[in-house]
Write a protein that binds this ligand. Structure first.
Ligand SMILES: [Zn+2]
Length: 223
């Protein structure tokens, strides 16, 4: 079965692999990622590292004395996703579904940081699923977005991770995710193409096999 729970779990905690090969990920790797998702962010270490950078840029500048602490506090917020797990977020917010129709949460804003440059990614994501007996509290969908966005990310992976966690938890008939975002490492540095947006999508289950359903999702989301 292509979208089994086991497959989804392996996908969710995978790293350093192409999405096409996620089914073959070893369980040790899954465990490694799971441990990483529950770790505490060590602000002391971040402060020390920021101080090292400041020592290069402006050695002994008194006015920057509190900057390492402020940056560390900001990082704690930007990367709070590492301290969260989807299982904690779900809690008891699963309910019997009164519908077999698509459930869609649109225009969920997100802020993330690209893992190549540690520069902001700012955008929106739309999440749709076809229930198979269960629905989840809509706010939980937005919390899943934050859980994965507030980490070092690739937008391509963010789109898959959010869909995969829904597959795991709800075991729905299908999941669709669509993200559109500005990457500051493209718009503000390097090629400096302001206004450029990256679009990533992921479809599973019925969304993958039924093109009319996929079209219905794409027609329903604001673009
Ligand atoms: Zn980047």
């Amino acid at each position: 079965m292509e979208h089994s729970l086991k497959t989804s779990e392996e996908r969710n905690f995978s790293e350093d692999v192409s999405y096409d090969n996620m089914e073959s990920i070893a369980s040790e790797k899954s465990h490694k990622r799971q441990v990483q998702t529950e770790r505490h962010i060590q602000k002391d270490s971040i402060e020390k590292s920021i101080q090292d950078i400041l020592d290069v840029l402006e050695p002994e500048a008194q006015r920057l004395q509190k900057t390492p602490h402020r940056v560390a506090q900001s990082y704690e917020e930007f990367f709070k996703g590492y301290t969260q797990s989807p299982e904690q977020i779900v809690g008891s917010a699963l309910y019997d579904s009164p519908t077999e129709e698509m459930v869609l949460l649109c225009d969920i804003p997100f802020t993330s940081h690209c893992e190549h440059h540690m520069i902001p990614i700012i955008g929106f994501i739309h999440i749709g699923y076809i229930p198979d007996g269960k629905i989840i509290g809509a706010s939980k969908l937005a919390r899943f977005v934050d859980c994965f966005a507030y980490r070092l990310q690739l937008q391509e992976r963010l789109t898959v991770e959010i869909a995969t966690v829904l597959e795991q938890i709800l075991v729905p008939k299908g999941v669709a995710t669509y993200a559109i975002a500005e990457h500051f490492c493209i718009s503000r540095r390097g090629v400096k193409k302001a206004g450029t947006k990256l679009i990533t999508r992921h479809f599973s289950g019925m969304f993958r096999t039924d093109s009319s359903l996929r079209a219905e999702f794409l027609d329903s989301i604001p673009r």
